[in-house]
Write a protein that binds this ligand. Structure first.
Ligand SMILES: [Zn+2]
Length: 182
């Protein structure tokens, strides 16, 4: 079933909710999150600038994962099916700005993927990240089609096949921004 057609003001409202949720979640989890350890920094420094590796914080949640956002009820009233919305409850990991939340000990590949999102947040800012996430979801029709996710998946796959072959994630993200692919 296709996603509902939203008005411009509804889309603006959803973007505001997504941005506010990211800010709330990062604030809630920041006090418990810790910097990357030395081994993680050593692996990731061939791909990410120190400004990203020093900024990011990680938290492996032992109890409840971050739940679905409080505005999902409103989205369902707008005509979305619950099953079409990204389900936070089953995600391995999720990033809110600088805070990487994971329900399992982070593998290098999952950490890499989430650090791509940290770079995207750093370059776009929280509001633009939310706007591109929402617009990508609405035009792509699913979570997997969101360009911010497509690019993070492409880059984590590239890392996975050659974990010691350096490339610049910041340059890749910048190129996606400049060519309007997000
Ligand atoms: Zn992702």
């Amino acid at each position: 079933m296709p996603l509902p057609e939203l008005s411009d003001s509804q889309i603006a409202w959803v973007i505001e909710q997504v941005a506010a949720h990211a800010e709330n979640q990062r604030r809630a989890f920041a006090p418990s999150a810790v910097p990357l350890n030395l081994s993680q920094k050593e692996t990731m420094r061939h791909f990410f600038p120190a400004s990203t590796l020093d900024f990011a914080r990680v938290l492996v949640l032992t109890g409840d994962m971050a739940g679905n956002p409080p505005f999902y009820g409103e989205l369902i009233k707008m005509g979305f099916q619950a099953s079409s919305l990204p389900n936070f409850a089953v995600m391995t990991a999720i990033t809110f700005v600088d805070i990487v939340l994971s329900r399992e000990p982070l593998t290098d590949r999952v950490l890499f993927h989430e650090l791509v999102h940290v770079v995207q947040y750093q370059k776009l800012g929280i509001f633009e990240f939310a706007a591109k996430y929402v617009q990508g979801f609405l035009s792509g029709g699913s979570y997997g089609a969101i360009p911010l996710e497509v690019s993070a998946r492409e880059l984590d796959a590239r890392f996975n096949v050659a974990p010691t072959l350096p490339f610049s994630v910041a340059a890749e993200v910048q190129s996606w921004i400049e060519t309007g692919r997000y």
